[in-house]
Design a protein around this ligand. Structure first.
Ligand code: AQP
Length: 338
């Protein structure tokens, strides 16, 4: 089956496992804002249950969840147009995840590269939750019959697993109940890389703060981080091909392109032949111009945590209106007596 029989609906989430980064903004939130202005219903979530798959300080987790919500609101997610909530306020996510734990196969989970990356050599000591993460992510998406999931490149494999789970559930029970969701991975910010190593992605929980731009960084910090970002002796090439095999240089051009809403070709054309001494300050100036209004608004919103909590609770109520009947029907299909 295809998703064509389902009303288009968008779902996506961010886990509060640290402060929001430029990667989260360009790879996710900025594109979510654009999507909420169409006809399609949009549902966005701070996925706090995913965050606890690795240790989180409880006070920090609450603050981080509010920061994610503030980041989404400050970037332009409108809680009247979109449904905005935190995952743990909608218990149907974990209820559906259990059903999917019984549908997904161990062999599928064993192929997940994110688990291998995060568990590293110490996989025996990783939590069971970290291993089962993609099954909960499938539940997040399919609980709303979401047909489209805008994500960064790093989440593509998990969305493919979601498709496998939907297909297997539908085949096992002889139904056309879950849509086969499409990942939406487009635009220049789908893979923002670490500023100190262009072969690794920029992450909230990366070891050094110098490797990422946080949404709450001030102008001086942003300028310092770009100034110290790893590059190579060659500056901006004449054409895009000149960035091949130069991950750090390509990353800075891609970041500029994502922030300026320009193609990478246009960025290279504008700065062709420029050295880093010219390009990096221009990038820092652009980043501050785009991010400062967002971080100012985030700080303002975070000064009133009760209002953020109220918005999240209201969003959770609206989310449950969609989720409850879908979970009930799932239980019925599976044969769970109500
Ligand atoms: N570097 C990135 N470039 C583009 N997109 C990114 N995303 C994250 N990092 C980048 C996108 O942001 C959304 C939310 O991701 P997440 O926070 O739920 O999970 P993650 O991808 O594991 O993020 P981090 O920052 O790497 O968190 P930690 O360090 O805690 O594991 C997703 O759409 C993701 O693609």
């Amino acid at each position: 089956m295809t998703d064509s029989t389902f009303t288009p609906r968008v779902f996506s989430g961010i886990k509060p496992s640290g402060g929001l980064t430029l990667g989260n903004y360009l790879g996710a939130i900025k594109r979510w804002v654009d999507m909420q202005d169409g006809e399609t219903e949009t549902i966005y979530c701070a996925v706090d249950l995913h965050a606890i798959t690795v240790w989180q300080d409880p006070t920090g987790l609450k603050a981080g969840t509010r920061e994610i919500a503030a980041g989404m609101l400050a970037s332009g997610i409108d809680p009247e147009k979109s449904i905005l909530f935190n995952q743990s306020q909608v218990p149907e996510h974990t209820q559906l995840a259990w059903i999917f734990n019984c549908v997904a196969r161990l062999g599928w989970m064993n192929r997940m590269t994110q688990f291998k990356d995060k568990a590293g050599k110490n996989a025996e000591k990783a939590s069971l939750g970290l291993y089962a993460y993609p099954s909960l992510m499938a539940a997040d998406i399919l609980l709303y019959h979401a047909t489209h999931v805008p994500v960064g490149e790093d989440q593509k494999q998990h969305v493919e697993l979601t498709r496998d789970i939907a297909n297997k559930f539908n085949n096992d029970f002889g139904v056309d109940f879950f849509p086969v969701t499409e990942p939406v991975i487009e635009g220049p910010g789908t893979r923002v890389m670490n500023l100190r190593d262009g072969t690794k992605k920029m992450s909230k929980s990366g070891e050094s703060d110098m490797e990422r731009i946080n949404m709450l960084d001030d102008a001086d910090t942003i300028a310092k981080k770009f100034k110290k970002a790893k590059t190579d002796p060659d500056g901006i090439p004449e054409t895009l091909d000149g960035l091949n095999g130069r991950p750090e240089a390509k990353n800075l051009v891609d970041i500029y392109s994502g922030l300026a809403d320009m193609t990478a070709e246009a960025v290279v054309a504008e700065y062709a032949g420029a050295g880093w001494g010219k390009f990096k300050p221009a990038l820092a100036e652009l980043a501050v111009a785009k991010l400062a209004p967002i971080s100012d608004e985030m700080k303002r919103l975070m000064d009133d945590p009760a209002e953020i909590d109220r918005k999240l609770a209201r969003g959770a109520e609206r989310a449950r209106e969609i989720a409850t009947p879908i979970l009930e029907k799932t239980y019925d299909i599976v044969g769970l007596l109500r």
